[in-house]
Design a protein around this ligand. Structure first.
Ligand code: SIN
Ligand code: FE2
Length: 227
């Protein structure tokens, strides 16, 4: 896999998975080889069509993270609630397509995390600037809760919070670096998780930002959606 040019990356991808809880694993550096500048260029391309926006929660609070989506469905929040939509409410168009190699990367990560046959139809793209955070929450708007969540972190390091099935359960704090992947499903599918406020920093590939891609099986495809 071209590891000669990147002996340091090769070491990272050989780091074994870390068990967080039953059904949840961190795959350190799993996406590092794939990322280079490529995922980041594709993110920029997606943002040209469906720009990041700070969504408003049903309770009326503006989220600190900038969000967009690609794939058949995108996660949206507004005063009427959280849901998946096939249309970007800003562009009025379908969300940009999910690049094929993103899908393959997510499927490989899911398999290493213990989940075969993952067919994500939604990818939420989060952009964190300094101070942006995500409070403890469950990912529960997806139609298929038997499918895992696959989360890829890029750019600045962040502290990921991963707890149990109750909001009040103790949570672990895990440093997520560029290229780290977290997979959670099965008994941990509805685990509460979040992200601590992003410290200021500068990353050689992403500057002042952290990006996170989360892949989900969100909905049931309509025949007219095509492939
Ligand atoms: C999320 O829960 O949607 C994002 C998690 C992360 O940014 O690591
Ligand atoms: Fe989440």
């Amino acid at each position: 896999m071209g590891s000669n040019e990147h002996p340091d990356l090769f070491d990272t991808v050989n780091t074994p998975p870390i068990e967080l809880t039953a059904g949840a694993r961190v795959l350190p550096g799993f996406a590092t080889q794939a990322v280079g500048n490529l995922l980041l260029l594709e993110i920029e391309e997606i943002f040209r069509q469906s720009p990041t926006r700070q969504m408003v929660t049903p309770g009326g609070r503006k989220m600190s993270v900038g969000m967009s989506n690609c794939g058949h469905f995108g996660w949206v929040s507004d005063s009427s609630g959280y849901r998946y939509s096939p249309i970007d409410p800003i562009s009025g168009l379908p969300w940009p397509a999910m690049p094929k190699h993103w899908l393959e990367l997510a499927q490989e990560a899911a398999a290493v995390g213990g989940y075969d046959d993952f067919i994500p139809d939604a990818c939420l793209i989060n952009r964190y600037a300094v101070g942006a955070r995500m409070g403890l929450h469950q990912d529960r708007d997806e139609r298929n809760l038997n499918a895992p969540i696959v989360s890829i972190s890029l750019g600045l390091e962040a502290t990921f919070l991963f707890g149990g099935l109750k909001r009040s359960d103790r949570y672990r704090r895990i440093r997520l670096r560029h290229g780290d992947v977290v997979v959670w499903g099965g008994p941990s599918r509805l685990a509460f998780h979040g992200v601590a406020p992003l410290p200021a920093g500068s990353h050689p590939l992403t500057g002042p930002y952290r990006y996170n891609l989360t892949f989900r099986e969100a909905g049931v495809r309509q025949p007219e959606d095509g492939e």
